[in-house]
Design a protein around this ligand. Sequence first.
Ligand SMILES: Nc1ncnc2c1ncn2[C@@H]1O[C@H](COP(=O)(O)OP(=O)(O)O)[C@@H](O)[C@H]1O
Ligand SMILES: [Mg+2]
Length: 481
Amino acid sequence: MEPRAEGEVKYRSVFMAMAEGAVLQAADGAVTDVNSAAERIEGRTAGQMIGRIPAELYQGSIHEDGSAFPGELHPSMVALRTGEPQSTAAMGIHRPDGSLAWISINSQPFTAPGESKPHAVVTTFHDVSEPRKAEWKHRILFEESFDGLFVTSPAGRILEMNKKGILMFGYSGKEEILNLDLARDVYETPEDRGRILALADTMGTAEYDVVVKKKNGERMVTHCSLTAVKDERGRVASYMGAIRDITDHNRVESELKDSRTQLRNLATHLLSAREEERRKVAREIHDELGQVLTALKMDLKWLEKRLVPSPGQLQEKIGGMIGLTDQTIRRVQKISAELRPRMLDDLGLDAAVDWLSRDFSRRTGIACTVTEDLGKLRIGEGIATALYRIVQEALTNIARHAQASRVAVDMRAARGRVEVSVQDDGIGISEEQAADPHSLGLIGIRERVLAFGGETTITGEKGKGTCIRVAVPLSRDVAQA
Ligand SMILES: Nc1ncnc2c1ncn2[C@@H]1O[C@H](COP(=O)(O)OP(=O)(O)O)[C@@H](O)[C@H]1O
Ligand SMILES: [Mg+2]
């Protein structure tokens, strides 16, 4: 065998055995030889390739960004024209079966000594479809995510941001966002960034709510998670994050809070309006009706004297009328006292509660003691009324539900607060009853206390009794008009 031919056989077997695809082309670009890896990668036979040029073979090829990759710009053709080696990181070619293959290409031109132009070119390539597919998957995940996703540099530039993120901030494209300075242009409070980065650096990942500015200057409340990406030496190379607009959540929450406050204010207003109404009616009954009745009684007395001597029947009748009038006067006093004890206004909370407790014992036969240590404290009218009504409701409940034999009411001033407790030794309220939203009496107690910024605890122990304890700060005696 001729040495040249022997060498050729050797090179051809290497050529065929290469894992990379290899294609030989002549000076005009026509394919003269292909190896089996090339057949496999391109999905066609040597017969289908030999004699053709890239413009025919690779119709419809694309660059990574999807734009056309014309045959004349195939690296082999450029290498033939320029005499320089060429390479392309990725070219998408369509196989005859319609599938898309991504290949990375190197083209090496051959120019013999004395020649001005290459007489051939060898192109090697390998399939990069798989890594590319994985990257695409990530790309799609990144771009189509429900959250805004971003990558920032340690210095505070946005390096990457997905569509959702760009949209969220109201920018029109990536170019705009890449020029932003995070601390200056994005954070509402620039110092927030340092605080958050410190957290991410030490914890690896930070989760936080932060207020940011949109392109148009609008505020946006966001929930973010930020992860520090470190290099081999443990230094932060970049930050990756996800961001979600929670402005609306916050709005709903604060609207809810607002309407709760409004309801509470309404309840307070209704309570104080009712109290005012009662006071007016009580005064009217007591003063007007009381005076008329007293005048009536005096007239009857006057009549009785003038009628002496007179038939016993008439005397008796008048005596009865005077008695009735007396009774009515007492009834009127009682009704007006129940509506609004004058004592509360005239003598203060302790006297009023004392009267309440004695009235309660007389009517129910349940022993009731009142202890108090209010000192010289002047409790404002609003708080005094509220506490009075609370003790009144607690005692009414005991009469109705407790089956108690003893009640202890305690009132004391401590640490700028008035504390009042009503303890009985009855069956004990259950936790469900105490928390029942239909327990209007108990809710009334809580509302009155809340109106003054105080606290209520209602506890019961089965068979041992119930305790209602309220504490109201004294500085707040202005809530009730
Ligand atoms: N001192 C008490 N002892 C036992 N049970 C009580 C006591 N106070 C209240 N309860 C229970 O709590 C419920 C709610 O009380 P309340 O809101 O005042 O409603 P009402 O008195 O109109 O039933 C009562 O129905 C009763 O079952
Ligand atoms: Mg009740």
